[in-house]
Design a protein around this ligand. Structure first.
Ligand code: SAM
Length: 262
C-alpha cells in the first residue's frame, strides 16, 4: 500500500490495516456472487479488494482525487464502477439497479456519518442492508432503547426505519493513522414495510428536536407548542414523562395525532 498518498484528515481518513478486523467485517457482511454492493469511502481498498473477490458487482464512491486515481490503477475490475463523488450527494439511481436492491458497506468518515445515514435513508427503498463502521458512541445512539442516556433523536429516526444491530468494537490500533475514538460495526436493515405508519417524518423531526433539546423538561413543557397535558393523557402518554422515556411507537402516536388534529 506504500504507493498510496498520505492520509488526509479533512476526509476522515483512517485506513484499516488489521487483517483480523478486515476479515471479521467481511464475514459479517458476507457478500455473495451476483449481489450489488456499494462501498462508501473505499480509501486504499482494504475492504474493496476482498469484496471484488466475492464475485459481487461492486461500486465505490470516493471523494479524494488521489485515492480515486490509485484505485483505478490498482483495481482494473472496478473500471466504470468508481464514482468520484461526495457520498452525501450520491444518488443510488446512478447505480442503474433496475429491480435489484443494493447492499452498502463502509468504514465511514466519522465527520459525515450522521448526515450520510439520513441521506441514505431517503433512498431506503433501494437498499437491502447496510454494514458500517462508525464511532462507538454513534452506534450506541443508533441502537439505544428508551430510558437510556444514549437514546435520542438519532435512535428514534433510525429505529423507525431500520432494524439496528450493533455488532463488535474495533480498537484504534486497527487503523493507520489511529483515530482518537473506539469504533464499532453496526448493521442496519431498512424495513420492507414501515414498522409503524407515520403521517409525517418532518413533524417527527420537529417534535424530536423540541423535546430532546430540552430533555430534562417534562413533555408537558417541552411539547407545549403542540399538545395540552389532557391531550397527552388522552393518548395514554404521561405528561410528566421526559423525551427519553417514549418508545418509537409512542413518538409515532404523537405525530399522527398532531397531524390529524391539524
Ligand atoms: N475503507 C477504507 C478503509 O477501511 O481503510 C477507508 C476508510 S476512511 C475511514 C474513509 C474514506 O472515505 C476515505 O477513503 C475518504 O477519502 C472517504 N471519504 C471521506 N469523505 C467522503 C465523502 N464525503 N464521500 C465519499 N468518500 C468520502
Amino acid at each position: 500500500m506504500s504507493d498510496f498518498p498520505a492520509a488526509k484528515k479533512r476526509f476522515g481518513q483512517n485506513f484499516l490495516h488489521d487483517e483480523g478486523v478486515i476479515g471479521a467485517i467481511l464475514n459479517a457482511f458476507a457478500a455473495q456472487e451476483g449481489q450489488r454492493v456499494l462501498e462508501i469511502g473505499p480509501g486504499q481498498g482494504a475492504l474493496t479488494q476482498h469484496l471484488l473477490k466475492s464475485g459481487a458487482v461492486v461500486d465505490v464512491v470516493e471523494i479524494d482525487n488521489d485515492l480515486v486515481a490509485r484505485l483505478h490503477q490498482r483495481y482494473p475490475a472496478l473500471q466504470h464502477h468508481i464514482h468520484h463523488q461526495d457520498a452525501l450527494s450520491f444518488s443510488l439511481n446512478d447505480l442503474k439497479l433496475a429491480n435489484h436492491k443494493v447492499r452498502i458497506i463502509g468504514n465511514l468518515p466519522y465527520n459525515i456519518s450522521t448526515p450520510l445515514l439520513f441521506h441514505l435513508l431517503t433512498q431506503k427503498e433501494h437498499i437491502s442492508d447496510m454494514l458500517f463502521m462508525l464511532q462507538q458512541e454513534v452506534v450506541e445512539r443508533l441502537a439505544a432503547s428508551p430510558g437510556c442516556k444514549a437514546y435520542g433523536r438519532l435512535s428514534v429516526m433510525v429505529q423507525l426505519q431500520c432494524r439496528v444491530q450493533a455488532l463488535f468494537s474495533v480498537p484504534p490500533q486497527a487503523f493507520k493513522p489511529q483515530p482518537k475514538v473506539i469504533s464499532k460495526i453496526v448493521q442496519l436493515v431498512p424495513y420492507e414495510k414501515p414498522l409503524f405508519d407515520i403521517a409525517s417524518l418532518s413533524v417527527l423531526e420537529n417534535l424530536l428536536r423540541d423535546a430532546f433539546n430540552q430533555r430534562r423538561k417534562t413533555l408537558q413543557n417541552s411539547l407545549k407548542g403542540y399538545f395540552k397535558a389532557e391531550e397527552l393523557i388522552a393518548l395514554d402518554i404521561d405528561p410528566q414523562y421526559r423525551a427519553e422515556q417514549l418508545s418509537v411507537e409512542e413518538w409515532v402516536k404523537l405525530v399522527n395525532s398532531y397531524v390529524r388534529a391539524d
